[in-house]
Design a protein around this ligand. Sequence first.
Ligand code: TYD
Length: 137
Amino acid sequence: MMKEAQIIQLPKIFDKRGNLSFFENVKQIPFQLERVYWIYDVPGGEIRGSHAFKEQQEFIVALSGSFDVIIHNGEEEKTFSMNRSYYGLYIPRLIWRRIDNFSTNSLALIGSDRQFDPNDYIRDFEEFKTQNNEKDA
Ligand code: TYD
C-alpha cells in the first residue's frame, strides 16, 4: 500500500498516429476508481483545492498544459510540477493539497476512490494538522 504522495509513470504507447496512455484499476494506480472529474478553463492566477480529504485518495494527471500541485503532509510542503500526460500524482488520504500556476488551456484530470462527499473535506489547515497527527499516533 502506498502511503506517500508520489509520481506514477503511466504506460506510453508511442505511435506515429499519436501517442496513447492509460491507467486501470489497481494496476497503475493503487486504488479502485469510483469517480473521475476534471478542472479546466482556469483563469490565470487562480488556485484550486486548498483542502485535505479524510478518506479520499486521488490520482492527478495534467492531460493538457501544466500546473503545480503543492502538497503538505503535516510536516513539510512539496511541489510537483505536472506537465506530461503520462505522469500522474498519487495522493493518499489526509494530505493537504492545492493546485496553482495553471497554464492557459490546462486540463487536470482527477481520479478518486469514492463518490463526491462534502463531509470528507477538511477545509481548515489546523484541523487537518490535528487529524494528521492522530493518524500517525
Ligand atoms: P471543490 O472540490 O471544492 O473544488 P476545488 O477543491 O478544486 O477548489 O469543488 C467545487 C464545487 O464542485 C463544490 O461545490 C462541490 C462541487 N463538486 C461536485 O459536485 N462533485 C465533484 O465530484 C467535485 C470534485 C466537486
